[in-house]
Ligand binder design. Structure first.
Ligand code: HEC
Length: 194
């Protein structure tokens, strides 16, 4: 009887572990490579357009180009590549760029690595989610502050008066200033159905 009960307990234990520990969907190397490429291209296109506009028409003109282009690029990439792509940050300028729960988790991981001096060129975050029976992969890649960014995200004395004015008018609740070179600005976030 004793052995029967202990076998039964072991059986129940195995079943319950089996149920709670549902295997995570594996993300193939091809998918990973694709997402890395998409994030890189997206950030490079944005930066190219931004720097070009700053050089030809100045920082003030670039403010609106940057915001419109960011949203347009986000949409275009989505439609063209069947992915959902955006930029997220805790200290956001546009409230639409506030992170959701998973993005916040990734950003916190990046922040922690940054604090420890362990954030690398290759740092990234992958996970999968299931919504209504559809599995998606979520990918985040850190965005660091580079020199051209400071004209619009630097300390308040680094941002020109006119630029400050345009930004203040457009973004009532701007949190995206006070950054220094190499600070963690946020992340590119991509969601793609598997
Ligand atoms: C000409 C001004 C300007 C420059 C230069 C600039 N940005 Fe921005 N940035 C903005 C504006 C405006 C927004 C809000 C965009 C929107 O409304 O979608 C923004 C938004 C962002 C966001 C999205 C999160 C948020 O705060 O809403 C990130 C990330 C970002 N910028 C990073 C950078 C980086 C990195 C650089 C340098 C390579 C840079 N920016 C240079 C004006 C600028």
């Amino acid at each position: 009887m004793k052995t029967f009960i202990s076998s039964l307990l072991i059986f129940i234990l195995i079943i319950s572990i089996g149920c709670t520990d549902k295997p995570k969907t594996k993300i193939s190397e091809d998918i990973k490579k694709g997402l890395r490429k998409d994030a890189k291209e997206f950030m490079e296109s944005l930066k190219t357009i931004l720097v070009k506009e700053m050089q030809t028409n100045g920082v003030v003109a670039a403010v609106s180009v940057c915001s419109d282009t960011a949203q347009v690029l986000t949409n275009n990439y989505g439609v063209k590549k069947g992915i959902y792509i955006k930029r997220v940050s805790f200290k956001n300028r546009n409230e639409n760029d506030a992170p959701n729960k998973i993005e916040a988790e990734a950003l916190k991981t990046f922040e922690e690595l940054k604090r420890k001096g362990e954030l690398k060129e290759t740092t990234e975050y992958f996970t999968t989610i299931e919504e209504d029976g559809i599995t998606s992969v979520i990918y985040l890649k850190p965005i660091l502050v580079q020199a051209p960014c400071l004209s619009c995200h630097g300390s308040l004395d680094q941002i020109g008066l006119e630029v400050k004015d345009v930004i203040r008018k457009k973004y009532r609740n701007d949190k995206a200033t006070g950054y220094q070179l190499d600070d963690l600005r946020g992340a590119v976030s991509i969601q793609k159905t598997l």
